[in-house]
Design a protein around this ligand. Structure first.
Ligand code: PHE
Length: 369
């Protein structure tokens, strides 16, 4: 058997190598060299098996002490190197809290909501406030108070959905067919003067490419002294110019009939045909132009003012009702009304608006998606 080198020398050599290992990879190499399958300490331990009991008794303690010293030095050095590595990582990596947060996927504002906000913004500037009424309405408010008594033929144009429930003021409860009942509710609640718009859902038993059983209207009502048709025309013209962001909006008032206005006027707006598309602007009487029906309006019928608790000899006013969905289609170019209410996410992503993009008069109510 070969004379083994002094264990103490081996040990101090090994401890020096462990202390000199500059990183975890170097330390691992030293560990394999000493304690690996072919390692020098492993080899020493194997020699113990070949010794006589006496010799083993004499040499084993030094060899075991060597193995233990090396193993514990390796563990200490490993912990020190790991701590140092963590220190450098902490020193070099940092979180910048001033960076903008990543964009989370967001829903969009439906064009109907957007257009309602735009209209509220424009009318607020004209001194109108926003009034509301219930969608499940009393027959009296929806029809009777608006000069459509039971069996009035105009009720047939407003075929709606009735509930089995008796209405407090007679007839049955129903889904309102227009926003006009809010006229009556507002006059009854607030008296005169009145200057309101009333946006909301309305219902009719109607369904094709241009009609859905539920759609949206905005009602307008002004009640004061000495109000006349000129005020109505100016108000609508001012609104439409702001809404379509165009100055050459030309209106045509056509005699019409609604039970709750007298006289009643249908309001048309002039458009030009450009590449087969209707573009609002200019008189509809020019060649290549036409008139498009936009909304119903008129001077509030005396009977309605009376039934709303006011004196028609004291005050009078005008009212109008306009389809919000139609205005949205005209302004933002959709061609199928039904898609408005399908809830298709692709449609909403395309035609919807950012929730952060609030319409304001100063920034332009025609905010782009
Ligand atoms: N309520 C009517 C409709 O839905 C519109 C309208 C409102 C007409 C106000 C005149 C005055 O058809």
């Amino acid at each position: 058997m070969q004379e083994a080198p002094e264990i103490e020398t081996l040990k101090s050599d090994a401890l020096a190598r462990i202390a000199a290992a500059a990183d975890l990879a170097a330390l691992e190499a030293v560990r394999v060299d000493l304690l690996g399958k072919q390692g020098t300490i492993t080899a020493l331990l194997k020699t113990l098996g070949q010794m006589s009991p006496e010799e083993r008794l004499e040499k084993a303690p030094a060899i075991q002490a060597y193995r233990e010293a090396a193993a514990s030095a390796l563990a200490d050095r490993k912990a020190a190197l790991e701590a140092a590595a963590l220190e450098t990582r902490l020193a070099s990596e940092h979180v910048d809290l001033t960076l903008p947060a990543p964009q989370a996927p967001r829903g969009t504002v439906h064009p109907v909501s957007q257009v309602m906000d735009e209209m509220a913004e424009i009318f607020a500037d004209l001194g109108f406030s926003v009034a509301t009424g219930p969608e499940i309405e009393d027959d009296w408010f929806n029809f009777t108070a608006l000069n459509m008594p039971e069996s009035h033929p105009a009720r047939a144009m407003h075929d709606t959905f009735y509930f089995p429930d008796q209405a407090p003021k007679g007839g049955r409860m129903l889904l309102r067919t227009h926003t006009s009942p809010v006229q009556v509710r507002t006059m009854l609640a607030d008296g005169a003067p009145v200057r309101i718009i009333a946006p909301g859902r309305v219902y009719r038993s109607d369904s094709d490419a241009t009609h859905t059983p539920m759609f949206h209207q905005i009602e307008g009502l002004v009640i004061d002294r000495d109000i006349h048709l000129g005020h109505l025309k100016w108000t609508l013209e001012t609104f439409l110019k702001a809404f379509f962001e165009k100055d050459d909006i030309v209106l045509r008032l056509r005699p019409s009939y609604f039970p709750f206005t007298e006289p009643s006027v249908e309001v048309d707006v002039g458009f030009a045909l450009v590449n087969g598309k209707r573009v609002l602007g200019g008189s509809g009487d020019e060649s290549g132009h036409g008139w498009m029906e936009l909304l119903g309006s008129g001077m509030v019928n005396r009977k309605v003012i009376e039934m709303s608790g006011l004196d028609p000899d004291e005050c009078q006013g005008f009212a109008f009702g306009v389809g919000v969905d139609r205005l949205a289609m005209l302004k933002y170019g959709m061609d199928d009304l039904r898609a408005f209410f399908d809830g298709d996410v692709r449609w909403l992503q395309h035609y919807g608006f950012s929730g952060l993009d609030q319409p304001t008069l100063s920034a332009g109510v025609g905010a782009k998606a």
